[in-house]
Design a protein. Structure first.
Length: 487
């Protein structure tokens, strides 16, 4: 991995955090990149480097965590840190997407549902669904918390909280929002049935049928389904695989497409994994605020940074109440709880009304259990582990793609989350590949479901949410062979 990539990623970390560890990490990365420290060689111990650089042990420890999460070094028990052996080179990255400037009606729901049904079939090696593996979630601990809450509050646990939702949970969410640069009060938050409902409510609050919504290209198919169900149109914005939405192109389309609102995932988007730098987020918020255009920010993967600290949200730069931040606990803690939330700014009252009309309220028991789990510190420990695991799984799947897929394959290099966006040879049709893969008991997500105009015919999304195994490796080998036969 190029030092430049690491430097770019380190620069996106919150400015309020200690900058020394970034400098230490970058110096070690440069020594590795230039060959001064070679694969398999031991690097200075935490104490040695602390004394040499005249920084604290905590600073060096955090620097080594960054380097380890990026696959540059590895810890060996009772031995120290070593430069990781790199016997492979990552494939090149896809370029910026180039959608047309015109808005379009969305028609993907039927195709998406067909793909989802096949993706969730039993006995498949699953790269299709971007769901966290239950092996990686603290199910036992969370179930104990749920049972404890139910015993202590038998009446409350069998009801639901009308908007804005459970106060304890909203308080915990507001406290954690500081990590993403936001200053929120519990009264600014509305709990929902997952992030999908939060996005749905926010879209209904800021736009009406027939309006045009600006979206990333490619974007999460669930957003396309919401736009389609509400009778709205989509305007796809060119997007870089690392830095996200192209702001110059967005500015052009704001006028030509008469965009009423935007729905963007700025931190580790699905499927690209892109992460917009903080300075660009600030520019984006200013650009939209000048035109009084709301931004619905889907931050579902923001917590899953591969680095120790998560990036800021666009909401952190919002001064006009025009950013509607949406998130949930389905990717990090309890998918079955379906507990999400939104901080909808100036649209809060309308979102509360729509929430009540939509589902009346959010079930109380899972909200109370999540609030308690957040308060006791177990969630923080779990998320730190999850970040390290996902970083490693993304690396392993990328390595397998480089080894097994045909030459010329391109793959994104996300710095967070657990999905990869893969560009195949132009003649490959990913819907046909999807059918062939399912026949071989392998699930993938074909590119066309991530586009309002069903573009990205030769792209697929692969989820790295399942722990690495021999079955995973063999499935990727077989998938590469299927692709080779289609060329």
């Amino acid at each position: 991995m190029a030092t430049q990539n690491l430097a770019s990623h380190i620069s996106t970390l919150p400015e309020s955090h200690d900058k020394l560890y970034k400098q230490v990490a970058l110096r070690i990365a440069e020594l590795i990149e230039h060959g001064t420290l070679r694969p398999g060689e031991r690097i200075p111990s935490v104490r040695e480097l602390s004394e040499r650089e005249e920084v604290s042990i905590a600073t060096v420890t955090q620097a080594y965590r960054v380097l380890e999460s990026r696959g540059l070094i590895e810890a060996r028990p009772q031995s120290g840190y070593y430069v990781r052996a790199r016997l492979w080179s990552p494939p090149p990255e896809p370029g910026r997407s180039e959608p047309t400037r015109s808005a379009t009606r969305v028609s993907v729901n039927e195709l998406v549902m067909e793909v989802l049904k096949a993706t969730h079939a039993p006995a498949l090696v699953g790269f299709g669904a971007a769901m966290p593996s239950m092996q990686l979630l603290p199910a036992l601990q969370f179930n104990r918390t749920m049972a404890s809450v139910a015993r202590r509050h038998p009446r409350q646990c069998n009801t639901c909280d009308i908007p804005p939702g459970n106060l304890n949970l909203r308080t915990q969410i507001a406290r954690r929002a500081m990590e993403s640069g936001c200053t929120l009060s519990p009264d600014e938050i509305v709990t929902t049935c997952g992030c999908q409902e939060a996005l749905n409510l926010c879209l209904r609050a800021v736009a009406k049928p027939g309006d045009t919504i600006g979206i990333e290209s490619p974007t999460y198919y669930g957003i396309l389904q919401i736009i389609e169900s509400l009778g709205m149109k989509a305007c796809e914005i060119p997007t870089y695989p690392r830095d996200g939405v192209c702001l110059d192109e967005l500015a052009k389309r704001l006028n030509s497409c008469r965009i009423k609102a935007c729905v963007f995932s700025l931190n580790f988007s699905n499927p690209l994994g892109s992460c917009m730098p903080d300075q660009k987020k600030k520019q984006l918020v200013r650009l939209l605020a000048e035109r009084a255009i709301p931004l619905i920010e889907d931050d579902l993967y923001g917590t899953l940074s591969h680095a120790p600290q998560r990036p800021k949200t666009a909401k952190a730069f919002d001064q006009e109440g025009l950013v509607l931040l949406c998130d949930s606990f389905t990717k990090t803690l309890a998918p079955g709880s379906r507990v999400g939330w939104t901080a909808p700014g100036r649209f809060k009252t309308l979102v509360e009304h729509l929430k009540f009309i939509n589902t009346v309220g959010t079930p109380t028991l899972p909200q109370m259990a999540i609030a308690e789990f957040l308060a006791n510190g177990g969630y923080d420990h779990h998320v730190r582990r999850l970040r390290r695991v996902y970083a490693e799984q993304v690396r392993l799947v990328t390595q397998a793609i480089a080894k097994y897929f045909p030459e010329g394959t391109k793959v994104t290099r996300p710095a967070g989350g657990y999905v990869l966006w893969v560009e195949l040879a132009p003649q490959i049709r990913s819907l046909e590949l999807f059918e062939r893969a399912v026949a071989e008991k392998i699930s993938i997500a074909p590119g066309p479901i991530f586009s309002a105009k069903q573009k990205f015919q030769n792209f697929i999304r692969l989820s790295c949410g399942t722990p690495w195994s021999e079955a995973t490796d063999q499935a990727l080998l077989k998938l590469g062979q299927i692709i080779a036969r289609m060329m």
